[in-house]
Design a protein around this ligand. Structure first.
Ligand code: SAT
Ligand code: MN
Length: 584
């Protein structure tokens, strides 16, 4: 099956523990994918959508208790508790292995064990890394073919290089009481049981490409981040690549494939990735990024011709939908798509508004990135793409302005560390609660945040041409709860300002919390945003920010002595400046 003895031994040992009926080594071929689909249609794991209008589109309905990431069941298991940090749930590795291995024992009886070799990043890229996921879920095996470079070529690279991240996954009995997502960074190992949901089960994604990779990246001198990557081409044909971090379900997919407003003729968006960026310091002193993924696992609700026409186009064929609703003629449907009324909700019940939304708020589509009309072949470049600007964003009804520019790399790291956002349906738990989510990595950083911020600072010090760092907020509301900014394609107006700032082409208003657009700095041509709203969006309230900075101080101190002093100093600089304003 493989010339890699470690892999062969591991598969043998796992099979001895889990007792599958069959073992299948995935080659990643179309025939294999078709067979997986046929099998799932037969067992009811997939439902066929209307093949006439939606060729090769299928619907998967997950267990109703298994619809989002379960952060409270996710652990980082390092020998030293402090290495996982207060930002992770920790379990002693020996205890964690014993606990999950007991659940894995016999878990695959009656099922097929799929060996899924995959590569995160272009197959020929030195920045890419390989992994092997063992799973008993054909839905996971098929989804991994969409989301990663899966199959033979990945196995060949593993056989050449010898190293790979191991991920063991079983649906188990889907009981939330027996669900664990365990990470063993030192062993480059993941064990996940009891969930078939994307972020818990497609182990190449959050488990490998963020939690394990962030740990590996620190050791090897790079960064694994929860960021989209997009190219913005201006009418002069100049291409500027942007990496932007937002928490789950805050619009990364929409932004990555943004459609320029009509006034922006000549501007073009090049989509590289919508969720994860691996960032490396290049020999030229610039920061270079690859998207380790090959597909999108995007949030369906709210996606429409108006908000994201590129996504609607790419979802017309060859897509697996999870937990969306269905119309009477078997087309996928979700809230915000159209004013039609669906026939069936996400659980397959006849649609009744009394049961809540028709599509689950965290319902998803899984689709190859190449199907996106704005997908860029630069996503396949072994070198990655050079980054002009880094953006941190959150969902905040108040306080945070539309855009803010960091004064330096250190200040930008503080900005990222201090990010806060309202929680979304992407994780189980209450929605709409504002929580700190540093660099949008709260659920995904595989080690202590104090060490992580120190690593960010050290990375910046190696960049002679560091990207500018910005903070954005598309979700600001007025006292009545109305959004002040239209968002979606109009966000290009903010990106234009950011690019102009990076080129030194426009001035800004300097404040202690960062630099803001001057009046007229954000182009509003053709846009229905009043000057009062724009002032509100590009203005900071020093008193409220002083309170915010006090909270940030407390938050940083909560991470103890591993937090770099530079961050405390930077925070004090901001607070001091704000005190001068409020006193004056
Ligand atoms: O479920 S995933 O973790 O893959 C998506 C997300 O929450 O960002
Ligand atoms: Mn994400």
């Amino acid at each position: 099956m493989t010339s890699n003895q470690a892999l062969a031994d591991w598969v043998r040992d796992v099979a001895a523990l889990t007792q599958p009926d069959r073992i299948h080594w995935c080659d990643g071929s179309q025939a294999e994918y078709d067979a997986l689909i046929a099998d799932m249609l037969q067992t009811g794991t997939l439902i066929e959508l209307d093949q006439e209008t939606r060729p090769r589109c299928y619907l998967h309905r997950s267990d109703p208790s298994d619809v989002a990431r379960t952060e409270h069941l996710t652990f980082v298991c390092t020998p030293e508790r402090d290495d996982a940090g207060p930002n992770n749930q920790w379990m002693d590795p020996t205890e964690a292995h014993a606990k999950v291995d007991a659940l894995f024992a016999g878990a695959m009886r009656g099922r097929t064990l799929y060996v899924v070799p995959y590569c995160m990043g272009p197959l020929d890229s030195p920045l890419a890394r390989c992994g092997v996921e063992i799973t008993d879920s054909p839905y996971v095996a098929a989804s991994m073919r969409i989301m990663t470079r899966m199959g033979r070529p990945a196995l060949e690279r593993i056989e050449r290089e010898g190293s790979f991240v191991r991920g063991l996954h079983s649906l188990g009995d889907l009981d939330p009481e027996r669900r664990f997502i365990m990470h063993f960074p030192q062993e480059l190992l993941i064990k996940s049981i009891g969930s078939g949901y994307g972020g818990n089960a497609l182990l190449g994604k959050k488990c490998h490409a963020l939690r394990i990779a962030s740990y590996q990246a620190r050791q090897e001198g790079w960064l694994a981040e929860h960021m989209l990557i997009m190219g913005v081409e201006d009418p002069q044909g100049r291409l500027h690549y942007i990496a932007a971090a937002f928490p789950s379900a805050c619009g990364k997919t929409n932004m990555a494939m943004l459609i320029p407003p009509v006034e922006y003729r000549g501007w073009k968006i090049h989509t590289i990735g919508d969720d994860i960026a691996w960032l490396h310091v290049g020999d030229d002193g610039r920061l270079w990024a690859i998207n380790p993924e090959a597909g999108f696992f995007g949030v369906a609700p709210g996606t429409s011709r108006h908000t994201n026409a590129n996504a609607v186009d790419m979802l017309q064929h060859d897509t697996i939908f999870t937990n969306v609703a269905m119309t009477a003629d078997r087309r996928p449907w979700w809230e915000g798509l159209s004013d039609e009324t669906p026939a069936f909700d996400w659980q397959g019940r006849p649609y009744d508004p009394a049961n809540g939304p028709a599509a689950h708020p965290n319902s998803r589509f899984t689709v190859s990135a190449k199907q996106c009309p704005s997908w860029s072949p630069a996503a396949e470049l072994a070198s990655g793409v050079p980054i002009t600007a880094i953006i941190f964003g959150g969902r905040r009804a108040s306080l945070a302005p539309l855009v803010l520019e960091a004064k330096s790399w250190q200040h930008g790291v503080l900005m990222g560390a201090a990010m806060a956002s309202e929680t979304t349906a992407a994780a189980t738990g209450k929605v709409g609660v504002t929580r700190r989510d540093p660099m949008a990595m709260q659920p995904f950083c595989g080690y202590h945040f104090g060490d992580y911020w120190a690593h960010w600072l050290a990375t910046g010090a190696r960049l002679s041409k560091a990207p500018g760092i910005y903070q954005v907020n598309w979700f600001r509301r007025d006292a009545q709860g109305r959004f002040l900014w239209p968002g979606y394609g109009e966000n290009l107006r903010v990106l234009k300002w950011i690019i102009e700032r990076c080129q030194g082409a426009v001035d800004a208003a300097h404040t202690p919390v960062g630099n803001l657009p001057l009046r007229g700095g954000i182009d509003l041509t053709g846009l229905d945003v009043s000057h009062d709203d724009m002032r509100e969006l590009t203005h900071i309230d020093p008193q409220a920010w002083l309170t915010e900075m006090d909270e940030v101080a407390g938050f940083l101190h909560g991470f103890g002595p591993r937090v770099p002093q530079v961050l405390h100093d930077e925070r004090e600089r901001v607070s001091h400046g704000l005190r001068n304003i409020t006193a004056g």
